[in-house]
Design a protein around this ligand. Structure first.
Ligand code: BTN
Length: 267
């Protein structure tokens, strides 16, 4: 029996915006983010969701492909119309990562760590990736698509060789098959709470919680800045969501906005 139907999702939701209006569920789609972007441009309400059983061109960060096997995982895109300054929109991405970690901790009793900005990891392996896409209109944010892929019921042999060893699933972590509608609605409820907090201007509360679950802080990291590979300690996250990295060789602090940060070793 399908565990990811509109009725089941609606029955499990407790919030007031996310998933309350339009929920589109596709058997196959190229990318839920792409479809949600089209719906948002056509005027879809805030909180509308696009879900798929499989994606043929799931989009990952930095132009990568998101592996999307059928019937096992959650692939969802959420349309938001935040009243936020454009330079604070990356806080929404951090809030989405934090919400995923909180939702899984509440439901399953295991707390995924967040690798800045928003990869969720269990035992160092990725279980969730988030891709936020922003659309501006006349210098204002017109909508943001939060695209979330959660590896729920994948088995070890569902991972293709190129990501095997790097990814895991909730089923592997807890040793049993899970109900995707419950995991998804738990995530949406947490995201809605954090979204309301940010919309009220309570950035500090969200960021304090985020810092507590972010495994990047205090670690030696490396990242690419133009053609230089920089190594330093990830010291903090500032009020716009940027990672502050103190350069080992110059002592200077870099603000990292996006891209890939590699974890090297503790402190
Ligand atoms: C990452 O690279 O970590 C981000 C992955 C985001 C994947 C999700 S799956 C649902 C949504 N639709 C997409 O095309 N991408 C996101």
């Amino acid at each position: 029996m399908n565990d990811l139907t509109e009725d089941k999702i609606r029955a499990a939701l407790t919030g007031t915006i996310l998933g309350r209006d339009l929920i589109e569920i596709h058997d196959v789609i190229d990318s839920t983010n792409k479809r949600a972007g089209e719906l948002a441009l056509a005027g879809a309400a805030e909180g509308s969701l696009v879900i798929a059983e499989t994606q043929t061109a799931g989009k990952g960060r930095l132009g990568r492909v998101w592996h999307s096997p059928a019937g096992k995982n959650i692939y969802v895109s959420i349309i938001l119309r935040p009243n936020l300054d454009p330079n604070r929109v990356s806080l929404l991405t951090l809030a989405a990562g934090l919400s995923g970690s909180n939702a899984i901790a509440k439901q399953l009793g295991i707390r995924p760590a967040v690798k800045w900005p928003n990869d969720l990891l269990i035992d160092g392996k990725k279980i969730c990736g988030i891709l936020s896409e922003l659309e501006m209109k006349q210098a204002r944010v017109s909508h943001v698509i939060i695209g979330v892929g959660i590896n729920v019921n994948m088995d070890e042999d569902d991972f293709p060789p190129e990501i095997s060893g790097l990814g895991t699933s909730l089923k592997i972590a807890v040793g049993q098959k899970l109900d995707r509608a419950k995991i998804l609605s738990g995530f949406l409820d947490e995201l809605e709470k954090n979204y309301f907090e940010l919309s009220r201007g309570n950035t500090d509360g969200m960021l304090d919680q985020y810092r507590r679950v972010c495994l990047t802080l205090g670690q030696t990291v490396s990242f690419q800045k133009k053609d230089l590979l920089i190594e330093g300690i990830a010291e903090d996250i500032d009020r716009t969501g940027e990672l502050l990295v103190k350069d080992h060789s110059t002592g200077r602090t870099h603000r990292v906005t996006a891209g890939d940060v590699n974890l090297l070793k503790k402190g």
